[in-house]
Design a binder for this molecule. Structure first.
Ligand code: SF4
Ligand code: SF4
Length: 410
């Protein structure tokens, strides 16, 4: 490991923007040193990995590496460039797939309650994409809506997010259709944008981000972030990265169609394709439906919160046998309307960051993007087909970013 490279640089906007507190130059070794320091202080580091250490550091070939978010004990294994998007989401860092709320033990007529899952170690997510990071403030709105959720709050407070701006995208990405972009800052503590020297400009967005860069400079940094999680976005990308994938769907037109009529031909078509596997919801950074189940083992057991999916028939099955959403068409309608009608009505926000994971993970080649496009075609707004006619998949230099999606589905 070499000495971290940091250098204060002057931003063109100076101190004019409240979010532009400072920028720091970082190289890979500097970032690895930040992660190593975090681990040394007892924290947890999570980031994109391939599972193959050699491939993680190898020069990029024509195909982008397939990565997934996972905890690392060796930060050298982190894949910090070249990939488009992780195959999973970072959502489990705040909403684990299964969570023990509390346990119980019966003895005679008395019942003793035992603690649930312990609080998480301070967690550094390093290598999120902007569409991953933006999901956290979106989840905050519903998880902080009508009551305190102590488990969620503990995990959220423990989380620091370092985001890598995108320089390539695939045909599934549509962040620019939902108001984000390859260097969107929402939900990040530190945003890294590649510089010409092969490192990154680190844009400090929160006090947590400032402490990370201080640590890279050799200054002491607290092990546990103590400042409140910023409640919401810093909205723009300040032109620090390429413009991103073309706008691929007219979300406003698709939403108008959903509001105009509960029945749309798009539901039947999507329902015919969908197998109800739930992969789209499980890999989605913003889907948050859960079930609470009691697991009993003799005289003891646990109450657990588990991920659920609106694409499962059992999600709405009544004890009587009646199911108000009896087919995949009605379940697809539920998913799309929740993300683009109900959630915006409640929180003035979309429940989608355009990450494309629902499409990458789908065994039926179906994703929110395709359904939105079908809805936009039938929009009462007129002839707009909702499709972008501009250049398709590309990277900053205009080369085609291929392979990731095919590799994911292979
Ligand atoms: S991943 Fe595809 S097939 Fe599976 S539930 Fe989602 S849309 Fe249906
Ligand atoms: S609905 Fe699809 S594109 Fe939108 S955030 Fe979820 S996985 Fe990503």
């Amino acid at each position: 490991m070499t000495t971290p490279t940091t250098q204060q640089v002057t931003d063109a906007d100076g101190a004019a923007g409240a979010d532009l507190r400072e920028q720091v130059l970082l190289d890979r070794d500097g970032l690895v040193a930040i992660a190593a320091g975090w681990l040394a202080r007892g924290g947890r580091v999570v980031g994109p990995v391939t599972g193959r250490a050699v491939a993680a550091r190898a020069p990029l070939g024509p195909r982008t590496p397939r990565v997934r978010f996972a905890p690392v004990t060796d930060p050298e294994l982190l894949v910090l460039d070249g990939f488009v998007h992780a195959t999973n989401s970072a959502k489990p860092l705040v909403m684990p797939m299964t969570e023990k709320l509390y346990g119980y033990r019966r003895e005679g007529r008395s019942v003793e309650l035992t603690p649930g899952d312990p609080p998480p170690a301070p967690t550094l997510l390093i290598g999120a994409r902007p569409c991953d990071a933006a999901a956290f403030p979106i989840l905050d709105k519903v998880m902080r809506w009508d009551g305190a959720d102590p488990g969620y709050e503990r995990r959220r407070e423990a989380l620091t997010v370092v985001t890598l701006a995108c320089t390539a995208w695939d045909e599934h990405c549509f962040c620019t259709s939902v108001g984000l972009g390859p260097a969107a800052t929402r939900g990040s503590d530190l945003l890294l944008t590649p510089d010409a020297a092969g490192g990154w400009r680190a844009r400090v967005l929160t006090d947590r981000g400032a402490r990370l860069t201080a640590a890279a400079s050799g200054e002491p940094a607290p092990a546990v972030p103590s400042d409140p999680v910023p409640s919401d976005p810093v909205p723009d990308d300040a032109g620090l990265a390429p413009s991103g994938p073309p706008v691929r769907v007219d979300v406003a037109a698709a939403t108008r169609a959903m509001r105009a009529s509960f029945d749309q031909p798009a539901w039947a078509e999507a329902g015919r394709q969908c197998t109800g596997c739930g992969a789209c919801t499980y890999t989605c950074p913003t889907c948050h439906c859960f079930d609470i189940a009691d697991e009993a083992h003799g005289l003891q057991g646990a109450r657990r919160r588990n991920w659920d999916s609106c694409q499962f028939a059992s999600f709405t099955a009544h004890a009587s046998g009646h199911n108000p959403r009896p087919d995949q068409a009605s379940r697809q309608r539920q998913r799309l309307r929740h993300k683009f009608v109900t959630y915006p009505d409640l929180f003035q926000d979309l429940l989608c960051t355009g990450c494309g994971n629902c499409y990458r993970a789908c065994p039926a080649n179906l994703g929110v993007l395709q359904v939105l496009r079908a809805l936009a075609v039938g929009s009462p707004s007129g002839p707009d087909d909702g499709l972008d006619d501009g250049p398709d998949d590309g990277s900053a230099d205009g080369s085609v970013a291929t392979g990731d999606a095919a590799e994911v589905r292979a």
